[in-house]
Design a binder for this molecule. Structure first.
Ligand SMILES: *[C@@H]1O[C@H](CO)[C@@H](O)[C@H](O)[C@H]1NC(C)=O
Length: 225
């Protein structure tokens, strides 16, 4: 239970930060609730036309904020269980896909690009009371098999079923996640999670993206405190 205690403390700290964000942005005149997917959002790298394309599989995610055409990793399916995610319960993710060989050749991709890939998670919300939490990037973690954020696990499996340190250049890759969102972190509302996986090495100033997905869903806090 020690891990849970540590995790809880971590989330308390995070919710304090988020709470601060809520009070500083709530004063803005425009507090009406809008669908975050259709709303004009300055955080978006490009304004994609809405509604955005859904990601195949049992999930509520769409492609973006990076346009699907710029995403190197071709997603076969994304499974998120349960869907929608519930607070204080483990959720599981299976993302399956591969990098198409023409893309591999065109970009001269090598294993080093994948070994240094990162995953960034940007969180925003429109709370039940109308407050807005502006998008902020809370995590930037290596896209590698490891425990992250104390208790959340990410694992990568290759086409022959072996658990590997990072994505393989060739063949199918499975990205597996088990994690949970403690209720104490959540104020009831519509939450948006933007998950962007970037290749580690830059091409000059340009960044290359493996995948970029946005999940918007209602999260219900059951922790009244
Ligand atoms: C998967 O990883 C294992 C262990 O590193 C390796 O032996 C196997 O060849 C890999 N399979 C593919 C398809 O890359």
């Amino acid at each position: 239970m020690k891990t849970h205690t540590t995790l809880r403390i971590f989330w308390i700290l995070l919710s304090i930060v988020l709470g601060f964000a809520a009070t500083t942005t709530a004063s803005s005149a425009d507090n009406k609730i809008q669908d975050p997917l259709t709303e004009d959002r300055t955080s978006n790298i490009l304004n994609t036309e809405s509604p955005r394309e859904r990601v195949p599989g049992d999930n509520e995610a769409v492609y973006g904020p990076i346009p699907k055409a710029e995403q190197i990793f071709h997603i076969e399916f994304l499974e998120i269980a349960p869907s929608p995610i519930e607070v204080d319960k483990y959720f599981f993710i299976l993302l399956r896909g591969s990098i198409p060989p023409p893309t591999r050749r065109e970009l001269h991709l090598g294993p080093a690009h994948l070994a240094s890939a990162t995953l960034s998670i940007t969180i925003s919300a429109i709370l039940e009371n109308g407050d807005k939490l502006e998008p902020r990037t809370y995590y930037r973690i290596p896209l590698r098999t490891a425990e992250h954020a104390e208790g959340a696990h990410l694992a990568i499996r290759n086409a022959t079923g072996a658990y590997v340190d990072h994505m393989a250049l060739e063949g199918r890759n499975d990205v597996l996640v088990d994690a949970w969102i403690p209720a104490i972190f959540v104020t009831t509302g519509m939450w948006t999670f933007e998950v962007v996986a970037s290749l580690g090495c830059n091409w000059g100033e340009e960044r290359r993206y493996l995948f970029a997905l946005t999940l918007t869903q209602w999260l219900e806090s059951n922790d009244r405190w």
